[in-house]
Design a protein around this ligand. Structure first.
Ligand code: RIB
Length: 292
């Protein structure tokens, strides 16, 4: 069983469905409103657990009802929550999502996620050191990403940095990470529009740019390869990137080769968009294998 540790945000998604987005100053009527578990860290933890990994999540919740909901959802999905810390007098992280015109737009309020600090990760060092892969994203403080990157490099633990949401990342972290998985706009923030093809050459078999339903692009040392996505009926794209990251981490940790791992992760991500909610469509292992 692949041992994976996820360090990141755990939030509740407040999702409004509407026919279109309102213009500035305009009020429109929506179609529905739902609250579902989300947060890039928790999404990746749940996706990896459903795909059969032994997952530990390091993160923070507030002392509110959302916090309880986040925790019980992680537990229900078999994620080890020993290093989930409750922050007193603080609200849990929330993501305010509008689903309209076939895509989402999201405002994240960090809440307790801002307390996912190096000191919390330090407590979990024994479990971190036993991990076959560590996953981290950017809804938590930058200093934590830098600290984890240093730790993983010191102990030779493969680190997958999903640089989402976009913010600049130090050259040191880019070099220390084993895998970088930006989407196209995040890659532009990291390397500049013009710098992406150069970055592929600099990070062969490591920089994996996700291009939505088009698939995933990487450089194999001699040419750029696109591993195509799968065509499916899309209900909600929220969490597709998280499912990809989790699927890739699980497959690589189990010893699949790079391209095979991307294909496995693409399949998992394509299934995830066929249902509502970031975690609603995240597949279990058998569903992915059936289609592969
Ligand atoms: O990646 C999708 C996630 O991003 C959502 O679940 C939401 O919480 C936002 O943080």
């Amino acid at each position: 069983m692949a041992k994976i540790t996820v360090i990141g945000s755990a939030s509740i998604d407040l999702v409004v469905e509407a026919k279109r987005r309102p213009a500035i100053g305009e009020t429109i009527m929506g179609e529905s409103f739902k609250t579902v578990p989300g947060g890039k860290g928790a999404n990746q933890a749940v996706a990896a657990a459903r795909l059969g990994a032994d997952v530990t999540m390091i993160g923070c919740i507030g002392d509110d009802a959302f916090g309880e909901q986040i925790l019980s959802n992680l537990k229900a999905n078999g994620v080890n929550t020993e290093y989930m810390e409750q922050i007193q007098q603080m609200e849990s992280g929330t993501a305010h999502i509008t689903l309209a015109e076939g895509d989402n737009s999201i405002i994240v309020v960090k809440g307790a996620n801002q307390f996912v600090l190096p000191s919390l990760v330090e407590k979990a060092l024994p479990i971190l050191r036993k991990s076959q892969m560590v996953l981290i994203q950017q809804e938590i403080p930058e200093e934590t990403v830098e600290y984890v990157s240093e730790i993983c490099s010191t102990y030779s633990i493969p680190l997958l940095l999903n640089p989402a949401p976009a913010r600049p990342v130090s050259k040191k972290v880019l070099q220390q990470a084993a895998y970088l998985t930006p989407n196209e706009s995040e890659a532009a923030v990291l390397f500049g529009e013009a710098g992406i093809s150069e970055a592929f050459k600099q990070y062969p078999n490591k920089l994996l740019v996700t291009e939505g339903s088009n698939g995933v692009r990487f450089y194999n040392g001699s040419e750029e390869i696109v591993v195509p996505g799968y065509k499916v009926e899309v209900v909600d794209t929220t969490g597709a990137g998280d499912t990809f990251n989790a699927g890739f981490a699980v497959a690589m940790s189990e010893g699949m080769r790079l391209e095979e791992s991307i294909r496995f992760a693409n399949r998992a991500a394509s299934l995830s968009v066929t249902k509502f909610g970031a975690q609603g469509g995240m597949p279990i292992r058998e569903e992915v294998e059936k289609k592969l």
